[in-house]
Design a protein around this ligand. Structure first.
Ligand code: FEO
Length: 616
């Protein structure tokens, strides 16, 4: 029986999941399975993007036929000829004899190498920048050589701003019923698998990945559809930001990855002692026994960390065999821009240090600490001092001040929060809608680009409107004017939309084309927007968004935060007056009551209880 997923009204996932494959490409374990993604676009023409591994042919055909719904297949776009994406092509030729194969010159050559059918007669050869129009949609082809094979290309669909990204932005792991990355906790549960996929597949080709990122940086990507793993329709920045680091061989975290090869536990002991000393200096460490953990897993971790320590016993007058394999893999994956320390062991002729140094010389831009810790059989008092010195050298390199000190933090006494309020702000009513209308007051909204026209808004996570926007992806901003009465701020800023209908009793019910309400009075414009991405900043969420509608409503000057405090907001309760309560030091909001709850958040400026002074 078919098992397909709808991506848009006319795009379907017709791929398959494989949980029986033990080793991807015969070398990378996939204990959580893998998906082979194939996408069908049903426009005036039907277009299939890539196929699946031959092991999953039958389910794939069932899926494709169901999604086609009796239509014929007009085009097969072959973005990548690696057999896990192209092996089912032959079957399609028998089933859809009129189907054209959209490929480039390099992929056509590979199709002919892997197959015996007549590929030339059905080839629709494209090159960089060529466009395939299929009716409502049009696909521009962008060459992406060596991401992961030389023939790879990606396809950008202009109308929906969709990138069919071939191997880029993919991930190990079967989809388990989900399809979109936002349906799972990707950062927690899948980012390690995405890194492992990236590093092992294209880690060597950072320059080529960067070239693809540069080529696509000028276009808006609302959705990315890779050949393995989840479809990105939200928070694409999460994976893109990792690709920007990985492709430049920049670490994600400061810390030390220790990989050791030990026969009787003494080299391991040295590695453990070093790790403890680093931890005492508040330096993060991770440790791997290279005889236990696969080199591909360690290489993947290496893309994450800034510093490495390799510790190996000497074996047959060489590096211990599993460490030798690992270091070979490091060079093969082009790992660079790291600081490294070495520990060697040997009961009669310790030489693994120099040999590891030599093996690593094939990597670019490595800073290998001069002093190797050398052990004869087991760690003795003298080597403890050497390990101490190594920990100090690593700490210094990590910019840790002294033994026992934390990584340097900004001097908090140098930051006056009131200084931040000198930055000019406006006041806006931010509105959204899911099962009902809601709105809140915000002070941060700004245009970020003119072409395309985009804005950003910053909203406290305490606001229910923020939750609605996370869910629906649309919002309106009504820009308040100097004529706005305090009651508008009270209505939208002093209650929670979770338990209050903020529009109750409003005399107006004006809406923009997106169906959301806006405030027609005491405002000078309304802007409707569709969210591109959201960014999580602890207490607040920043939304970037495309402007979908913008209308001027009056010529009145906009209400600034400063004008509001001087002319609109009622004067604060003065100390000594009868009412007892707490006044916000930042915005002068008055809380009446004997005790201010410790978790109280100012409804106006969103500062916490620490910023309130007792009055009365
Ligand atoms: Fe499954 Fe290079 O791809």
């Amino acid at each position: 029986m078919h098992c397909i997923k709808k991506i848009t009204d006319d795009i379907f996932w017709v791929g398959v999941n494989d949980r029986r494959l033990a080793m991807f490409e015969g070398v990378y374990s996939v204990p959580r399975g893998v998906s082979y993604n194939s996408y069908l676009v049903k426009d005036e023409k039907t277009v299939l993007f890539d196929t699946v591994d031959k092991s999953s042919l039958l389910r794939f055909i069932e899926n494709l036929e169901e999604a086609l719904g009796g239509r014929k297949l007009d085009y097969l776009v072959t973005q990548h000829i690696e057999p896990d994406h192209s092996a089912s092509m032959r079957e399609l030729i028998y089933r859809y004899p009129e189907m054209e194969i959209v490929c480039n010159n390099k992929s056509l050559a590979l199709i002919k190498q892997f197959n015996d059918f007549d590929a030339d007669s059905r080839a629709y050869v494209v090159k960089e920048g060529d466009v395939l129009n299929t009716g409502k949609r049009s696909f521009t082809f962008i060459m992406a050589p060596m991401v992961h094979w030389p023939e790879v290309m990606v396809s950008y669909e202009t109308t929906g701003k969709i990138l069919f990204s071939a191997d880029a932005f993919g991930c190990f792991g079967a989809l388990n019923g989900a399809l979109f990355a936002d349906e799972v906790d990707f950062n927690r549960d899948y980012m390690d698998e995405a890194r492992r996929y990236y590093t092992n597949i294209v880690g060597k080709y950072g320059g080529q990945v960067k070239a693809l990122l540069d080529k696509t940086s000028g276009v808006q990507i609302d959705m990315a559809l890779p050949l393995h793993g989840f479809v990105w329709r939200k928070n694409f920045r999460d994976i893109l930001s990792k690709y920007l680091l990985w492709s430049c061989y920049e670490p994600e975290e400061n810390g030390v990855m220790i990989a050791y090869a030990s026969v009787y536990g003494n080299t391991e002991n040295a590695a453990e002692i070093l790790s403890c000393k680093l931890r005492e200096k508040n330096i993060k460490t991770v440790m791997f026994d290279v005889s236990v953990t696969a080199p591909s897993d360690i290489v993947s971790e290496a893309f994450k960390w800034s510093h490495f320590v390799f510790a190996s016993t000497t074996y047959n007058a060489g590096i211990f065999v599993t460490m030798e394999t690992l270091l070979h893999d490091f060079a093969a994956h082009n790992i660079q821009n790291r600081t490294i320390a070495l520990i060697e062991n040997g009961s009669w002729a310790p030489v693994s240090g120099n040999l590891m140094r030599e093996a690593l010389s094939k990597c670019k831009n490595l800073n290998i600490l001069e002093k190797t810790v050398s052990i004869k059989s087991g760690v003795k008092a003298k080597q403890l001092n050497d390990i101490d010195a190594m920990a100090d050298a690593l700490a210094e390199s990590l910019q840790v001040q002294n033994a026992g000190a934390s990584v340097k933090k900004p001097d908090e006494s140098a930051v006056d929060p009131l200084a931040m309020f000198k930055i000019p702000y406006g006041l806006f009513v931010l509105t959204a809608k899911d099962d009902r209308d809601n709105g809140c007051i915000i002070n941060t909204a700004l245009q970020i680009t003119a072409v395309p026209i985009r804005i950003s808004v910053t909203v406290s996570k305490a606001n229910h409107t923020r939750d609605m926007i996370m869910k629906t992806g649309t919002f309106n901003i009504s820009v308040l004017t100097e004529s706005a009465p305090f009651s508008v701020i009270e209505r939208f800023g002093f209650a929670s939309g979770k338990d209050t209908d903020k529009f109750a009793g409003c005399a107006y019910n004006d809406r923009t084309a997106n169906g959301l309400r806006y405030i027609p009075d005491n405002t000078n414009c309304v802007i409707s927007a569709k969210v591109i991405e959201s960014y999580d900043y602890e207490t607040h969420t920043i939304f970037t968004a495309d402007v979908t509608e913008a209308r001027a409503l009056s010529d009145e000057p906009s209400l600034t935060y400063d004008y509001y405090f001087r002319h609109v907001k009622p004067k604060p309760q003065k100390v000594g007056e009868k009412k007892k309560g707490y006044v916000c030091r930042v915005c002068a909001y008055f809380y009446e009551g004997e005790e201010l709850p410790a978790d109280f958040i100012c409804p106006l400026c969103k500062h916490g209880a620490d910023d309130f002074d007792k009055t009365g």
